[in-house]
Design a protein around this ligand. Structure first.
Ligand SMILES: [Zn+2]
Length: 316
């Protein structure tokens, strides 16, 4: 008589929650130790649920979890962020998000004022600005997804040489109400006017938005550079909170450095490009939640500085 394998029943295909220890959180690929309900689970065929006990690489997707041997395929858009700093946790199907930005009007520019160089906004309101440098990159979509889901805004300081092929990503940022700033063309120290204007023009061509913020590569500034940016209509923006996420100190360190240093008006530096940014992506949801619990709101840099976006019938 045929007796069905009990684990086959337990692990029948379909959306379900599994206990897993997250080993290296990232939105694109999560390496997880699946905590099986019993010793027999270790012998259950992977194909029955797409999961095996022990180390596994898991794509977090809408619907049943899927075991993968490598990177998530292109177009696997519905990825849930892993539960950072919570192990063991649950790997759950993602909440599907609309792939396109909310169809809000995209600004054409902004009205500026005040000093041409800033590292923070007003200290009298519990508002901070999350900023992301060196993109756009393959991580940028994950950052956007988290910001949208957590209802927080961000400002992206992009490199001109990373824009080609990612024009729609820039449009999507603005469509969600985020901001784009100029981070030079190829990230040299003290970039020339040409470095700034190429990037500004590429942003404008891609989106119809003319950036009004410049972030200097490495945060290196002098009077001439601030003047060059100002001539091109941009304020120079550094930061007052730096978790040094570029050094990949671990998502826990990135989280604690940010929430330990943030104060009203803070401009928080992070990176969505220029290297492996999975730790930054993994830390971001808890950064937002913790600061929100403390009463903070998240605005773009232009909003933080009490400037206004300008809308002139941008049809993009
Ligand atoms: Zn940079």
């Amino acid at each position: 008589m045929h007796r069905p394998d009990p684990m086959t029943r337990v692990l029948a295909p379909g959306p379900r929650t599994v206990r897993a220890r997250i080993l290296a959180p990232s939105l694109r690929v999560v390496r997880a130790c699946i905590l099986a309900p019993g010793p027999r689970a270790a012998r259950a065929p992977a194909r029955s649920a797409g999961l095996i006990a022990g180390a596994a690489t898991v794509l977090l997707a809408a619907g049943p979890a899927t075991a993968l041997g490598g990177e998530a395929p292109a177009g696997a858009l519905d990825r849930a962020p892993p539960p950072a700093r919570s192990a063991p946790g649950s790997v759950r199907p993602a909440i599907p998000l609309a792939q396109e930005a909310a169809r809000r009007e995209i600004p054409t520019g902004c009205r500026r004022g005040g000093p041409p160089f800033r590292t923070n906004g007003p200290r009298n309101k519990k508002v901070v600005a999350l900023t992301f440098d060196d993109g756009p990159s393959d991580y940028t979509d994950d950052v956007i997804r988290i910001l949208v889901r957590e209802k927080a805004k961000g400002t992206f300081f992009v490199l001109g040489n990373q824009i080609p092929g990612r024009e729609r990503l820039l449009q999507r940022m603005l469509g969600w109400g985020f901001e784009i700033g100029d981070h030079s063309y190829s990230h040299p120290q003290f970039p020339s006017s040409g470095q700034l204007s190429i990037t500004r023009n590429r942003i404008r061509k891609a989106t119809g938005f003319t950036p009004c913020l410049f972030r200097p590569p490495y945060g290196a500034v002098n009077r001439d550079l601030i003047g060059r940016a100002r001539t091109l209509g941009m304020m120079t923006i550094n930061w007052d909170v730096d978790p040094r996420d570029w050094s990949t100190p671990g998502s826990g360190a990135i989280y604690s450095r940010i929430v330990g240093a943030a104060q009203p008006g803070s401009i928080i530096l992070m990176h969505d490009g220029g290297g492996p940014r999975g730790q930054t992506v993994a830390a971001l949801p808890d950064v937002i939640r913790t600061l929100r619990v403390r009463g903070y709101r998240f605005e773009t840099v232009t909003e933080l500085l009490r400037h206004r976006f300008v809308y002139e019938g941008n049809q993009r």
